[in-house]
Ligand binder design. Structure first.
Ligand code: ADP
Ligand code: MG
Length: 143
């Protein structure tokens, strides 16, 4: 699945009514939507997804933020998906993000930064399966 990555439009993206704009920017950059769903994460689901950060000082706030409203996971496909998507969204801290990136354009803070993007092919594969079944990924791929 090295041509795939997982995006999540985070709760601030949904609250700010930016779903359409952000998805348009993603598609204009050449990504194909393979699967998409709106979900309200439970604390357990958010903690599982961000397990890697559980010792970080911002972990509790991160879980509160990610469970503060619905979010929208999207499985995306493109050649070099992981790296190209990280470029498209920009640095974690919007103040450090390059001009024109999604986080630079729309993010409020290092926490409320609009969108998630997988950081490696290995994590992309795991993260996609966190939200979508192999069956639906296969069905969507065939369509
Ligand atoms: P990224 O989402 O760019 O891969 P990380 O994996 O380091 O960034 O962090 C996961 C998420 O945790 C970030 O997107 C952001 O919402 C939040 N976060 C990261 N660093 C901080 C911080 N220093 N303070 C508050 N929230 C943070
Ligand atoms: Mg990360």
């Amino acid at each position: 699945m090295s041509n795939r990555t997982l995006a999540i439009l985070k709760p601030d993206c949904i609250r700010k009514n930016l779903i359409g704009k952000v998805i348009a920017q993603i598609q204009d950059a050449g990504f194909k939507v393979v699967a998409l769903r709106m979900v309200k994460l439970t604390p357990d689901a958010a903690m599982g997804f961000y397990e890697i950060h559980k010792e970080r000082p911002f972990f509790k706030d991160l879980i509160e933020y990610m469970t503060s409203g619905p979010c929208l996971p999207i499985a995306l496909e493109k050649e070099n998906a992981v790296e190209d998507f990280r470029k498209l969204i920009g640095a974690t801290d919007p103040q450090k993000a390059a001009e024109g990136t999604i986080r630079k354009l729309y993010a409020e803070s290092i926490q409320e930064n609009i969108v998630h993007g997988s950081d490696s092919d290995e994590n992309a594969a795991k993260e996609i399966l966190h939200f979508f079944s192999r069956k639906e990924l296969l069905e969507n791929y065939a369509s």
